[in-house]
Design a protein around this ligand. Sequence first.
Ligand code: COA
Length: 340
Amino acid sequence: MFFAQIRAVGCALPPYIVTNDELATHMDTSDTWIRERSGIVERRRVADGVGTSHLAIEASQQALQQAGLKGEDLDLILASTLSPDYYFPGIGVQIQHGLGCRNIPAIDLRAQCSGFSWGLATADAFMRTGRYKRVLLVGAEIHSRILELSNRNRNFSVLFGDGAGAAILETQTGEEVPTAQNCIRGLIDHEMGTDGSCAEMLYLRRPGNAGEPTFQDLGEVRSEASLAHMDGQQVFKHAVTRMCAVMETLLTRNGLRPADLDLVIPHQANLRITEMLRRKFDLPEEKVVSNIHKYGNTTAATLPLCMVDAQADGRLAPGKLVATVTFGAGFTWGANLLRW
Ligand code: COA
């Protein structure tokens, strides 16, 4: 039997820290408002000249180094971002080249804040066939250049930050695969879902191909259509409902009670969302990873950034039973169960 195990994780964070006070110099907001509504204290911003693929490559190199591997050892890349360097091709091919990989497939996976969760599920499916042995999964985002630091976009632009995270997965073989009940380390189960009827509740319309006569129109550059749109209250409500439901599904299917989990890694969209999830499952604070105060919402990079942090503080240690749970634009949602 083949199954997937996470062998190492890595991250890349631009050094520049954007405080809430700095944002308040650009728009009518305040440190108090942002902290109270979202839990965010600061986030990172890349310098000019840095691309999303650069962050992705840096995070991947760190993960490869942790695993004692080189780019040429990989046989599949899965890359997730909503903020690629180019409209096409995606960043997967740039990662393949930048890491000096062989001519392996590099798949771009678009699922926004659920990207890394769906990437784990996709990697697992490929690896269980025995076809791919060493898979690199990357989530990388540069949000800062999409954000307009203005009053009209303030409900959106205070929430997001730049960063990247990566995981190296390696195929293991054995008589048994990991389950919630045995102690075998590896990926156990996944759940994914979408509700496309909500696509326009959180989206960036222009430039694009939704039917306008041009892909990009100079006159639109500062229009509402070229700003990310978010119905914050709807997103909040759906996020809480879907994240709780997908976690419930994963627990029930695997015969688990919430208390059986050693750690929960939720997508970092808003501290209030994380808290509602934590209370719903009656989990103690130390069992739920939260780093939104440092990085804001980093979309596809969030789960691996949490993994790096939780590994550093000792909560993510070999043998721990872990659930991830995500929600993002689309709407998309996901959950993964794994033994670290
Ligand atoms: N600073 C100060 N005031 C702001 C603001 C900001 N950055 N953004 C919005 N406001 C104002 C609004 O204009 C509104 O003012 P009004 O009452 O005069 O009309 C007021 O704050 C309340 O706005 P509201 O949207 O009701 O706030 P909220 O409590 O819902 O919090 C979010 C706003 C965006 C923080 C919250 O809705 C949220 O987190 N939603 C989910 C977002 C998310 O997770 N997105 C990513 C999903 S992956």
